[in-house]
Design a protein. Sequence first.
Length: 297
Amino acid sequence: MPLEEFIIWVYCWVDENHIEILGENSIRKRGFEPALSDIEVITMEIVGEFISFDTDKGIWKYFKTHWQSWFPKLSSRSSFAKQAANLWHVKQLLQVRLSSRYKENSVCHIVDGFPITTAHFKRAKKSQNFKGEAGYGYCASKSETYYGFKGHLLVDSQGNIASFTFTEAAGSEREAVWALTKGIHSTLLLGDKGYLSASLKKELRDEQDITLETPVRHNMTDLLPKEKRTFLNKTRRLVETVIGQLTGQFNMNKVWARKSWTLIGRFSRKMLAHGLGMLANVKLNNKPLQLEHVISV
């Protein structure tokens, strides 16, 4: 899909869903409406993130240089940044709306966590950003201690983001499962050894009819056949691919914000860019990706 068509398609999607979310209500209780519409701002943010501009300055500069004729009312960088920041709740609602379409239509769901650094480890004690909110945590994959938050991601069997939340870096991955699976029932949930818990598995089964499957430790007996365990482990790696996309192309593990509400807005626009990119790819090919096997445990 050419970039021109992608910009138009994103604008139309945002416009349609923006109307359905807010209706005739305005997010501004007083004052004049900005010259640049909220739909235009969100469109530029999503497209900018998709082509790897992860800062307000970078997005503004790109559209000011190359697409001023398409967005003629785009003015100063500070005005664009303030308007984008104030739309954090709208972007969050759009992300929830995009994610909700995948929650009930998947063979299985996969969960995992990843570090989100807010300050370099050596500067963490002096950092005033997110003081009282961020904390120290340990990243097992990198074998290092970091300062910031921990992101918790839930994807479906096709790699679509179904849910996301973030906690303090030392936050429990098992506790985050409840927030991620809210509204989801009767599904298979795959996780790594960090989610291994007999009590959590029983509670998910009893309360939401969710079957939690994780790899077993070396001193435990695996009740699943080797072939099925191998297939589940390969399927579980899909969430690592999505995390790699979010942290690689969209720089989701880097924090430029200084306040929680702006951080939520930035997370939402990154996931919107990822989700709409996948949705555009599905519409372009007229068929979604499918697992080669039906998972049954």
